[in-house]
Design a protein around this ligand. Sequence first.
Ligand code: SF4
Length: 204
Amino acid sequence: MNSNHVNPEPGPLPDQPMQLLVHACCGPCLEYPARLLQGEGHQLTIYAYNPNIQPEVEHERRLAALRQLTDQLDLTLFAEGEPQTQQWLEHENITESRCHMCYRVRLEAAARKARDLEIPFFTTTLLVSPYQDQTLIREAGEEAASRYGVTFYFRDFRDGYREGQAMAREDGLYRQKYCGCLPSIDQSRFAERIRREHAELSAR
Ligand code: SF4
């Protein structure tokens, strides 16, 4: 998980309601941006593409929480992709960190999906997390947008991170204790518990 906190300038706010594809990494991170954007009158479609969420049992668990929330908010969810463990374990590129690759892969898919669905704007719930690198996310989003003829809607949602987590608790959503890829489990102080839960889920 990248903790390089930066404060890029907020992007311009469209003055008209937008059709917006929201790439969602998980239910808890969707809570605040979805409720905020819905409240502002934007039309949201949710897209889950997170091959970085590993192992499979964790991928399923986070997707189930995301479905729970999109059902509750009456939002359409498109969920695609499977965990790509090897790509994350074997990543050894000195010119691009693992997290940068991770943002690029997911936002590339989101831009393509927005283009395919003819949705002009897309954004990502990664922008709500204080643990992610907003500069790299914005760069990856804008580069992907330019390739697919859509617009990346950059907005710093981090002020709502705690509120979103509290909403997730109230809604009874599963709240994970590590970023997503297998290497990030080692960085979590709950690593032992996480591995135990994965073993229990896999045994079912
Ligand atoms: S899942 Fe792993 S590679 Fe992706 S942002 Fe989190 S720590 Fe970085």
